[in-house]
Design a protein around this ligand. Structure first.
Ligand code: UTP
Length: 292
């Protein structure tokens, strides 16, 4: 079955990037000239997604404004003969059918995904975490996961190896190779924010999953876990045991926009490719590096 729906949870408090995220959603932090969440919506659209639900919360209305029309700005751009920028601005509001639902309390990623129950209905859907931007790769990460769902018919998690000293900040998964597959594994177990003795492997689920609707009754019965939050990992653990799940090591590079260093990495990488600033930025970076 082709995946046509995606959910972007963007209701978190972003405490790791304060004070930037105090009054501005971290999902709106710019990578050169585009907010992080626009890269994520573009990835979903390139992956064949048609309907998107963004989970928001108080103080996140700029996300909705960004994907809406802005008649005053558009009129000004047309009057100043800035047709190209005008076209870009209108295109942002026409990328996909985007809807919003508010998560009234930030009770965790699992709880945020549960807010998408009515939107998903009886269909499988992709989840693109609102602060994880994936760039490059052979295909968009969401597309690689959707293809695995179409092939295996079970939930899919995007996985990547994580340095041993960092794995306790993420989750750790137990995986088994699948014959004839280089980057797809069977997921047998997972644990959120494991202690050193609980680590199952150095692979973690990072930023992208595709879930069947069977996840919703599981989420409804998932008690708060690590950090007192309803953890998506805890629900996916049950899903993996009851219905099976696979992990796909997607080919793109993931940038964590929920963390100060991740933001810097994303900006540097995008600036080095950006047609308007790449030459100037490269020369500047060389000057800076010479001083180090
Ligand atoms: P994170 O755990 O990285 O976001 O969730 P956070 O809670 O904002 O992070 P810190 O620790 O306070 O810095 C991953 C994604 O899930 C969303 C976040 O907005 C982020 O895009 N999320 C998280 C929700 O939508 N609701 C929640 O209750 C928690």
């Amino acid at each position: 079955m082709k995946i046509k729906k995606a959910v972007i949870p963007a209701a978190g408090l972003g405490t790791r990037v304060l004070p930037a995220s105090k009054s501005m959603p971290k999902e709106m932090l710019p990578i050169v000239d585009k907010p992080a969440i626009q890269y994520i919506v573009e990835e979903a659209v390139k992956s064949g997604i048609e309907d998107i639900l963004i989970i928001t919360s108080r103080g996140k209305t700029t996300v909705e404004d960004h994907f809406d029309r802005n008649p005053e700005l558009e009129a000004k751009l047309l009057a100043s003969k800035k047709q190209e920028v005008y076209d870009q601005m209108v295109a942002i509001s026409q990328m996909a059918n985007i809807q919003y639902v508010r998560q009234k309390e930030t009770k965790g990623l699992g709880h945020a995904v549960l807010c998408a129950k009515a939107f998903a209905g009886n269909e499988p859907f992709a989840v693109l975490y609102g602060d994880d931007v994936v760039l490059g790769g052979e295909k968009p990460a969401c597309c690689e996961l959707c293809e695995a769902y179409e092939k295996y018919g079970v939930g899919v998690a995007g996985i990547k190896p994580v340095a041993t000293e960092n794995i306790s900040k993420y989750c750790s998964v137990a995986l088994e190779p699948i014959l004839d597959e280089k980057a797809v594994y069977r997921l047998t177990d997972m644990v959120e924010k494991p202690s050193l003795t609980e680590v199952l492997s150095n692979y973690s689920i990072l930023g992208r999953v595709v879930l069947p609707p069977e996840i919703f009754p599981i989420l409804e019965n998932t008690a708060p876990g690590a950090g007192g939050e309803i953890q998506l990992t805890d629900a996916m653990r049950v899903l993996a045991r009851e219905h099976g799940m696979v992990g796909v090591e997607y080919t793109g590079t993931r940038y964590d926009m929920g963390n100060k260093f991740g933001i810097l990495q994303a900006i540097v990488e995008v600036a080095l490719q950006h047609p308007q600033v790449k030459d100037q930025f490269r020369a500047y970076l060389k000057q800076v590096a010479a001083r180090l």
